[in-house]
Design a protein around this ligand. Structure first.
Ligand SMILES: C[S@@+](CC[C@H](N)C(=O)[O-])C[C@H]1O[C@@H](n2cnc3c(N)ncnc32)[C@H](O)[C@@H]1O
Ligand code: SF4
Length: 388
């Protein structure tokens, strides 16, 4: 877990997370599906919620021994579409089955319109320590364009209520580059987020995911995100966040000292985590595996007493080394070069990235100095042939 005041981008912290253990719980329910979203979600499935909670509890009961846990994350979908008491029941089942370390991070994603004082109080009392609020924007027109159901003031209220309830860590997610946004609304949104009592800020470039309503609209001629505009908005947000005392520790994530997200750090360090619920991905015993994505199939399988896993992949030593570098380079702390890093630096593509100032060797680590070009680095890592 993050040491009390550790800098979010400290190399020691980034590397220590490789030994942490986590658990992820996916809650697929949403009031409605946002036009840009391609996560495993279902809208208007209220009648299945009780069955789903029981199925997740049963799935936890079927898991092989693991843990104890240093980081727990409830994501979605919208975890707050379940009653707080049900989320707490699931958390307690994880604690009983695996053990949760004192001081562990216990985080959930929430939509501002679902958040209220009783919910915040029940979750804090039940053991949750961190909430990540899907603010996306502080401009009403942009929120409407993104299909969101809350207003800017709902986010401000939700942050304050989380703090009042005793949440130690509060994040907001912002999305930049949506067609209805302009420089003014983005800059105002970043300022509004930083004016809330948050200690973590996630800023995501709007991505047009295949199969979404947004992608169909863009294919039919509607405006989509523009890369140069998104780059300028990203740089602006990073400068403002830094001026407010936030440290960027991954391409899209910044936090105050002591507030890096432990679950994030664990996943980028190839730490192991269990996972429960529809479409959930786990990483343990050196293998990556995933659950069935469809709600009806998930319920049928678990209710029949069967594990809902639908696939798995075990990487060989070379694949794991390549993955270590791929994930590690997302972090501001970068990664020790190792075999994959040495191969990257020796490759023509890697040399070009060094010459262009995108990739740097610094204090015995490889670092992506220009995070906007991180995708280019990822492609160069994926092109390495470590078996050859
Ligand atoms: C999958 S959502 C779950 C949390 C919650 N339901 C919400 O919408 O806030 C987690 C985050 O992913 C980000 N996200 C989802 N789809 C995205 C997309 N197509 N482009 C960029 N960010 C996206 C949003 O910022 C969102 O807050
Ligand atoms: S962005 Fe969040 S609220 Fe919207 S559909 Fe996806 S998971 Fe649900």
């Amino acid at each position: 877990m993050a040491a009390a005041e550790a800098r979010p981008d400290a190399p020691d912290l980034a590397d220590a997370a490789a030994a942490w253990r986590g658990a992820y719980v996916h809650i697929p329910f949403c009031r409605r599906v946002c036009p840009y979203c391609d996560f495993a979600v279902v809208a208007g499935a209220g009648e299945h919620r009780g069955r789903y909670v029981e199925a997740v509890l049963a799935e936890i009961g079927m898991a092989e021994p693991f843990g104890p846990l240093q980081a727990v994350a409830f994501g979605g979908g919208t975890p707050t579409q379940l009653a707080a008491a049900d989320l707490v029941r699931i958390l307690h089942a994880l604690a009983e089955r695996f053990g949760i370390d004192r001081g562990a991070e216990v985080s959930l994603e929430a939509n501002p319109e679902d958040w209220d004082r009783p919910t915040a109080a029940a979750l804090a009392a039940g053991g949750f320590t961190r909430v990540s609020l899907g603010a996306q924007s502080f401009d009403r027109a942009v929120l409407t364009d993104l299909g969101r159901l809350h207003r800017p003031d709902d986010t401000r209220r939700a942050v304050a209520e989380a703090r009042d309830a005793g949440f130690a860590h509060v994040n907001v997610d912002l999305i930049f580059g949506s067609p209805a946004e302009d420089d003014r609304s983005w800059e105002g949104g970043v300022a509004a987020a930083l004016a809330c009592e948050i200690d973590h800020l996630s800023t995501y470039a709007l991505t047009v995911e295949r199969g979404t309503a947004l992608s169909k609209a863009v294919a039919a001629g509607a405006p989509g995100p523009v890369a140069d505009v998104q780059a300028a908005r990203y740089e602006w947000a990073m400068t403002e966040a830094a001026a407010a005392g936030f440290v960027r520790y991954e391409t899209s994530n910044s936090a105050r000292p002591g507030s890096a997200c432990a679950y994030n750090l664990l996943t980028w360090a190839q730490g192991e985590y269990e996972a429960f619920g529809t479409g959930a991905h786990r990483h343990r015993d050196g293998a990556r595996a995933w659950n069935v994505r469809r709600l009806d199939r998930y319920l049928e399988r678990v209710e029949a007493g069967r594990r809902p896993q639908s696939g798995s992949e075990s990487l060989d030593a070379a694949g794991r080394e390549q993955e270590r570098l791929l994930l590690g380079l997302r972090r501001a702390a970068g990664a020790v070069p190792g075999r994959a890093g040495e191969a990257l630096l020796a490759s023509p593509w890697g040399r070009r990235l060094v010459e262009a100032g995108v990739l740097e060797s610094r204090d015995g680590r490889l670092i992506v100095a220009r995070p906007l070009l991180g995708d280019e680095v990822s492609r160069a890592v994926l092109a390495l042939d470590l078996d050859g």
